[in-house]
Design a protein around this ligand. Structure first.
Ligand code: GLU
Length: 304
C-alpha cells in the first residue's frame, strides 16, 4: 500500500527548505506581492480519499488554469464545432506569443495559449445568457462549492496592464475570429483568469477530467471522448513552452497558471494540485514542478 500522506509530507519538507523558490509573476501588479514561501499540495483520489500538506487551504489566483474550465464548457456545448476556430497543436512558444497567430491567419494553435482562450471566451459570450455569472456557476457546480469567486481587483489590475492580450484580441478581430467586441471579450477573459481557488478546490474542480466526465457529485458534464481530448490537450499544451519537459519529468496531463498553481491528474486514479507562487523562467511554478516530479517518481504513477 502506498502511504500517500507520508510521501506528500516528505516532498513538502524537502522542497520547502530550498532557498531558490523561483520568481513571483509581477506583470500583473496585483500578483506581485504574494509571499514566495507559500506552498501547498492536495491529492484527491477518485476513490474518495484525500491527503494534503502546507498552505492547501489558502486561495490563490488560478489564472491560466481557468482556460481548461472555459474550454470544457465551450466544448460541452458546441462539441467539435469549437475546432473550426482553433487548433490543437502545441505552440512551442510562450503563452502570450503573437507572431504564430498572424502567420496562421488568426487561428490560435490551441485553447490554452492566450489567443486560444480569448477565442473560447468569445464563444462563451455568444453562447451564455449572462456570461460571467453563468461561467462562475459552471465552475462552482463542477467543484460543488458556491464560495468560489472572481477577484475583481486582480481582473482590473490585468485589464490596466494587459497590452499583449489587447494586441491578441485585436489581431483575432482583424482576422474575423472574434464575434464580440474586444473590450467585452477581454473583460470576460480577465475575470475568468482572476478566479481564486485553494488546492483542494482546484483538485475537486478537475476531478471530472480524471473521472470520465463525472464530477464528485456524479453528474456527467462531458463525454468520455471529450475528456480524452481535453486531457490530451493538457498533456501537449498545458505548460506553455515547457509542455514537453512536464510530460518528460512528470508524465501526467495538467495545467499551470502564472499565479503559481499547477493541477495534474491520472485518469481513474487521482487529481493533484500544488501551489507555490515562485515561477521558473518558463512561467511554471518552480516548486510545483519539482513536487509533481517527485510524486510520480516515488509512486510510479503516471500515464506512461
Ligand atoms: N491572465 C494571464 C494572462 O493572460 C494568464 C497567464 C497565465 O496564467 O499563463 O496573461
Amino acid at each position: 500500500m502506498v502511504n500517500y500522506q507520508e510521501i506528500l509530507d516528505a516532498i513538502y519538507e524537502k522542497l520547502q527548505k530550498r532557498v531558490d523558490k523561483g520568481t513571483v509573476a509581477s506583470y500583473i501588479p496585483e500578483l506581485a506581492d504574494v509571499p514566495k514561501e507559500k506552498f501547498g499540495i492536495y491529492l484527491n483520489r477518485i476513490n474518495g480519499d484525500d491527503y494534503f500538506v502546507g498552505d492547501w487551504e489558502e486561495p490563490f489566483s488560478i489564472q491560466s488554469i481557468s482556460k481548461v474550465l472555459s474550454f470544457a464548457l465551450a466544448f460541452s456545448k458546441l462539441k467539435n464545432q469549437v475546432f473550426r476556430r482553433l487548433d490543437v497543436e502545441p505552440s512551442g512558444n510562450p503563452f502570450n506569443h503573437l507572431s504564430l497567430l498572424e502567420m496562421e491567419n488568426g487561428i490560435p494553435r490551441n485553447p490554452f495559449i492566450n489567443s486560444g482562450a480569448i477565442v473560447i471566451a468569445d464563444m462563451l459570450i455568444s453562447l451564455l445568457d449572462d456570461p460571467k455569472n453563468d461561467f462562475l456557476a459552471f465552475v462552482r457546480g463542477i467543484t460543488n462549492d458556491d464560495t468560489i469567486q472572481y477577484n475583481k481587483v486582480v481582473a482590473a489590475s490585468e485589464a490596466e496592464t494587459g497590452y499583449g492580450n489587447y494586441a491578441a484580441a485585436n489581431l483575432l478581430k482583424s482576422f474575423g475570429n472574434l464575434e464580440n467586441e474586444v473590450e467585452r471579450v477581454l473583460d470576460f477573459y480577465f475575470h475568468q483568469c482572476s478566479i481564486e481557488m485553494n488546492c483542494q478546490q482546484l483538485s475537486n474542480a478537475f476531478y471530472l477530467f480524471a473521472n470520465r466526465g463525472k464530477c464528485m457529485q456524479n453528474t456527467t458534464h462531458l463525454t468520455i471522448n471529450q475528456v480524452k481530448r481535453i486531457n490530451a490537450i493538457m498533456l501537449t499544451c498545458g505548460f506553455y513552452d515547457e509542455a514537453g519537459e512536464f510530460a518528460f519529468e512528470v508524465g501526467l496531463p495538467g495545467k499551470s497558471g502564472v499565479g503559481g498553481g499547477i493541477v495534474a491528474l491520472l485518469p481513474n486514479e487521482f487529481t493533484l494540485s500544488c501551489w507555490s507562487p515562485g515561477l521558473n523562467e518558463k512561467g511554471n511554478s518552480y516548486l510545483g514542478m519539482l513536487a509533481l516530479e517527485e510524486f510520480t517518481t516515488q509512486t510510479n504513477l503516471s500515464i506512461f
